[in-house]
Design a protein around this ligand. Sequence first.
Ligand code: IVH
Length: 693
Amino acid sequence: MLYRTLLCNAILISMDNTTAQKRIQELSQLIDNYNYEYYVNDTSIITDYEFDLLMAELMQLEKEYPEYALPSSPTKRVGGEVNKTFKQVKHKYPMLSLGNTYSIEEIVEFDNRVRKLLGDRPLSYTCELKYDGVAVGLSYEDGVLVQAVTRGNGAEGDDITDNIRTIRSIPLKLRGHYPAVFEVRGEVVFPWKDFDDFNEYRANNGEEPFANPRNAASGSLKLQDSKEVAKRKLDFCFYSLMGEDLPSTTHYGRLTEAKDWGFKIEKDLVKECCSIDEIQDYIAYWDKHRSELPYAIDGIVIKVNEVELWDELGMTAKSPRWAIAYKFKAERVATRLVSVNFQVGRTGIVTPVANLEPVWLGGTTVRRATLNNADFIEKMDIRINDIVFVEKGGEIIPKIVGVDVDNRPVDALPFTYIAHCPVCGSALVRNEGEAGYYCPNEDGCPTQLIGKLEHFVSRKAMNIDTIGSERLAMLFEKGLVKTVADLYDLKREQLIGLESVSENKKRTSIQEKGADNIIAALELSKQVPFERVLYALGIRFVGEVGAKKLVRYFKNIDTLAQANIMELAMVEDVGEKTAISIFDFFNNTKHLELVVRLKKAGLQFKVQETKVSNVLEGLSFVVSGVFSKFSREQLKQHIEQHGGKVLSSVSSKTSYIVAGDKMGPEKLKKAEKLNVKVIDEDTYLEMCKDDSL
Ligand code: IVH
């Protein structure tokens, strides 16, 4: 057999350049074929050992002769490239979403609408699975994968090419007769089996398991080290082709063609349908059999099959008229409520968590579910030993949605909600209008203190990844760190030799190198921009987006700390509840002292101005709608970079409204009433031209 001869050649005696180049090409092609057979056609032609030998030989040759390594080499699948940040890339074709429904009646209406718009024209549909993963677009040029971009905001996304290359079922190099330039769209999924193995591995290493395969796939694609991505066995389900010069006049035909270029498509899973009955049968079949699939789906997508009709049918506000998604209703199961635990979060909020008799639901065993808050328990009259209904929709944590009151067991026990914090014993309090209780001991309750520290170092906040949960708990227990400011007082010598214990009872101690890494990461965190520092402070109700908006508005911590509730509520998306929470935070001397210490340590507490010009000086703008050249956030930033001010609502003081598609009708009405000029983004860009430059 061919591979045996090739294996014989594998003995690496020194080669001349031409032989090396030839061998690299040969091996790349061969490994590519085996990959294709295994991951796309599901057939194994050689053993893992033989495959590994070929791969090792290719890697060795590429190391010795890097100039001959092919851009589409299968060694790229092992990963290795590290991306500090992902480049933002504009989609050539916007990545749209689908209109969706849970009812067959609405599918009938969809069909009626399509037929009415197209008159008597003959048409058919394709029915396919709605994969529950992460949408990505893959660009191919001359048969080579050149770029992979996430959906992002639909107009632009992250360039995750290095991570995508590690997915074995994605061809890096195409076969057959493919168009010169085109894009493939699909979903990256984490198959159930691999997801379960991966979660088990995480749990054994003391890491939090992922709640569902979609989150795990999304988290994996955001990893900066593609080697790590390569270890997770992600898969790709493709569902459409985009391009100028595509073969076939039907969607089904295109999917079939793409199979010949090396894309994995299980044709049996896609069906051409000519009637509503056929569509209905397809839906009913998959609603019943979806748990037999190796990956999660959350519905069925129905598309007009004749591609030339797509343009004619056009779009509604945000989705095409030629397709619709039928979403399966969340799966629901009944099980017994065994007991209730109470968890305390970093802001002191107490969450009741149900311990359930284990039950199989949506591909995983569910043992726990949220009970939301005291109000919810009271309203539902949930009792221990009750049979409860559990649902797992798109959301991360399964929830209890009802009680089987008619079949209540005689031993069902009503339970009283706790009155004291299960961690520190403080009497719980409940603010007026709030559904939940919280522990007010924010400066003494260990769970809250550690929770605040964990939040502070987390990736989206200060991203101090050398201090994980175990180390934080240890530093806290040893009395070295109680507040986030204490982190910056840590000395290398204090850290060396400290021992922490992981969840699976493994003991590790900090060595010299580890201590250096911690100090270096803390030092580096001093460059983290103000908006993330503000988010890291963990003010109740201030999330990532809110922090960004507050920072853009107030520019520095002093102005923010001095703002009153009215001023705070002026900021877009900051409601009264959040404004009060921010106000309270900065009216607490302990928090002010904390900020002073962090400032002294050198953290960023003001925005880095990136002024481009002053052409918009003295002008104020309200931004509304969807834009083609900017995201809304970018447009606001652009205004400020040119000296303008961004307001959240229209008033007589507003100079202009920059209006995009689908501008809010309320804003438009108000603008007309107050005589405020409405301009589009091109007019706005004209205004920004600075003649003095
Ligand atoms: S077609 C114009 N087909 O569902 C929209 N989408 O809201 C083209 N999805 O984010 C999408 N399976 O990523 C299409 N078979 C399938 C799909 C599918 C999953 C995702 C897609 C999009 C969302 C639609």
